[in-house]
Design a protein around this ligand. Structure first.
Ligand code: PLP
Length: 414
């Protein structure tokens, strides 16, 4: 069969070379149509925290599919979405929250951006329409999201189309002062600041300290700027706490979640909004402030069933606590990689282990990736950065094996 897919993030050269046709998943493994087994070392774009084929999530999806497949959440509701919204609110530091549901992470981000602008509009402050993110941040590939983020390597063609009036500089050594300057300078125009908490994933797993996030939250509150924390990639245990923002002890105005919300089993995302914001979206005042925004699959019953099952499993199996323990082991096992010739530095945040190679290794990256692939590991380097972001259910032996394979392969090529 001819390949008619317009593949995401895939070069024509890669298409020409060809890649596996994945037909099955089990635990941390994916299997292609020739029966070859691969370790899903990036958790299928950081989503499959529970690996593949977890019987309880599969059962929840199958069961819900036989009861109610779809029912909209515009002027209607259903039990799963009610339960999930309540559950998400109760996972926040303060539970007075309402959730907007969508399917992809970027749709949850779009909702957050629009809510922040309309919030100020609802309050009559129509000049507050700017949203700023961090330099080289990533919040998805829809137009609003890529303006709030913007990765030069991916988004150049859209530079003059999207709105990105200013950026928070990446905090070198955690220094908050330069970001404070930007926020104070633009506070009268700023509706919100959005950041990836503690780790700029797509920019190459760039990690910054929790203290920066704490200061950012304080500064936003002092300057009447909403704070949106984008937990789409980090949420549900990846960093060793339920949410990455928990490391900073903050209570963000809005939190976006996706990916691991359903453990990657169904497309579902949410923007969890504080009630001080939600309550302004009323039609009972002088003007109609209803949020005229929605997606067809917002609060999809089967998606919500998958999310409820995933949240149950995270609790029952102590996934977050286990991730924190495994993270310590991964850090220890990866240390020898720091000594290799081609390695610039190692970075760690929970169950994210990062190996940044020296810039001169750039011509070797494709070969290293190919060799790892032939050894049964699906790494997806970001520039010269190789990283492990495996399903949180990975065993000691499997993780040790992945670390060792990466070490040996880098040693062979660099
Ligand atoms: N936000 C962050 C931090 C992400 O890492 C991503 C995707 O990688 C997104 C948003 C977008 O999510 P999606 O690809 O589901 O639209």
């Amino acid at each position: 069969m001819k390949n008619k897919i317009f593949h995401p993030y895939t070069t024509f050269s890669a298409i020409e070379k060809g890649f596996p046709n994945i037909v099955r998943g089990e635990k941390i493994y994916l299997f292609d149509d020739a029966g070859k087994k691969y370790v899903d070392i990036v958790s299928s774009w950081w989503a499959c925290a529970l690996g593949h084929g977890h019987p309880k999530v599969v059962e929840a999806i199958q069961c819900q599919a036989g009861i109610l497949q779809h029912s909209i959440t515009g002027s209607l509701t259903h039990p799963n979405v009610l339960k999930l919204a309540d559950r998400l609110a109760n996972l926040m530091p303060t539970p007075n929250r309402h959730s907007v549901f969508a399917s992809d992470g970027c749709s949850a981000v779009e909702a957050a951006l629009k809510i922040s602008i309309q919030y100020w509009y609802n309050l009559g402050q129509t000049e507050k329409i700017w949203i700023i993110g961090m330099d080289q941040g990533y919040h998805g590939d829809s137009m609003g999201a890529l303006g709030a983020g913007f990765i030069d390597d991916f988004h150049k063609p859209f530079e003059n189309v999207v709105s990105h009036p200013a950026k928070l500089p990446f905090p070198i050594d955690g220094d908050f002062a330069p970001s404070q300057k930007v926020i104070e300078q633009h506070k009268d125009r700023l509706a919100a600041v959005i950041v990836e908490p503690l780790c700029l994933g797509s920019a190459g797993m760039k990690i910054y300290p929790a203290d920066y996030l704490k200061k950012l939250a304080e500064c936003c509150a002092e300057n009447d700027v909403l704070l949106i924390i984008d937990e789409v990639a980090m949420g549900f245990g990846r960093t060793g706490k339920r949410f990455a923002f928990n490391h900073a002890g903050i209570d963000p105005d809005m939190v976006c979640v996706g990916k691991a919300l359903t453990a990657g089993y169904m497309p579902l995302s949410a923007c969890i909004v504080k009630d001080k914001i939600y309550n302004t979206f009323t039609d009972k005042g002088e003007k109609d402030c209803t949020f005229y925004h929605g997606n067809t699959y917002a609060g999809h019953p089967i998606g919500c069933a998958a999310a409820l099952a995933a949240l149950d499993i995270y609790e029952a199996e102590g996934t977050v606590e286990r991730a924190a323990e495994m993270a310590e082991k991964m850090k220890q096992w990866m240390q020898p990689i720091a000594e290799l010739d081609g390695v610039k530095e190692l970075r760690f945040l929970g169950m994210i282990g990062v190996v940044e190679l020296k810039p001169e290794t750039k011509p070797l990256i494709a070969e290293i990736k190919q060799s790892l692939f032939e050894q049964g590991y699906l790494f997806r380097p970001l520039g010269t950065v190789f990283y492990l972001m495996p399903p949180l259910v990975i065993s000691d032996d499997e993780l040790r094996g992945a670390v060792y394979t990466l070490q040996q392969t880098i040693e062979e090529f660099c």
